[in-house]
Design a binder for this molecule. Structure first.
Ligand SMILES: Cc1cc2nc3c(=O)[nH]c(=O)nc-3n(C[C@H](O)[C@H](O)[C@H](O)COP(=O)(O)O)c2cc1C
Length: 187
């Protein structure tokens, strides 16, 4: 197995971070890897927004939790409460990826590819990570969406696509067990 395959095999989603900020050098390498992601027709209809601002992260998390709490279906809320009641698992920083919603389908695929570059680059540097779609809950109401889009410096008209939490693992875990039955070979 080569180094790339080893990083892919060992990457896991971290849900317990230390309060320690990765170095600027490592964060820079991760954001560079992000913008090297391929995109359909090279449209690059995304931005890579590194957030180290504790207050902004706190506000996004609080708004997301409050949205979950007020949902009629409590499944997701209970799931998060069972995991400690935190959407961001104490991560010291995150990357938010807004996309151009006028090309929502392809833009979302491009966003996913970019986020995968982020998590693999981070894992290769020993930086724990997890993709966090729940950050999008903070954008559910029009008012807060406008506020957060401004604070996060989204380009005009862009909408939340996905985010990745980054930091150092307080506790580690194993990635999901790959299901070999998902691979189909037609000869
Ligand atoms: C697009 C996307 C969004 C995700 N959003 C969240 C999230 O909001 N919260 C969370 O705890 N995990 C989130 N995850 C992590 C998945 O739950 C995780 O990848 C899956 O359980 C497999 O575990 P592994 O990554 O450790 O192999 C997300 C993963 C992806 C790909």
């Amino acid at each position: 197995m080569n180094e790339t395959l080893r990083v892919i095999a060992q990457r896991y989603s971290c849900r317990d971070f230390k309060d320690e900020m990765p170095s600027d050098e490592k964060l820079r390498a991760i954001t560079e890897a992000a913008i090297q992601a391929p995109s359909g027709m090279n449209r690059q209809a995304w931005r890579v927004i590194l957030v180290k601002d504790k207050e902004l992260m706190h506000d996004l998390e609080t708004e997301g939790m409050s949205f979950l709490k007020n949902m009629e279906d409590k499944t997701m809320y209970n799931r998060i409460m069972d995991r400690g009641g935190k959407l961001f698992y104490n991560a010291p920083c995150m990357i938010v990826v807004p996309i151009d919603p006028t090309q929502y389908g392809p833009a979302l695929i491009d966003c996913g590819i970019l986020c995968e570059n982020i998590v693999l680059a981070a894992s290769s540097l020993g930086i724990a990570n997890i993709m966090c779609g729940f950050t999008g809950l903070a954008f559910a109401s029009e008012l807060r969406s406008e506020e957060f889009s401004k604070r996060l410096k989204f380009p005009k008209g862009y909408a939340f696509g996905c985010s990745v939490l980054l930091g150092y693992a307080n506790t580690t875990r194993s990635p999901h067990e790959p299901d070999q039955d998902k691979i189909i070979v037609i000869e």
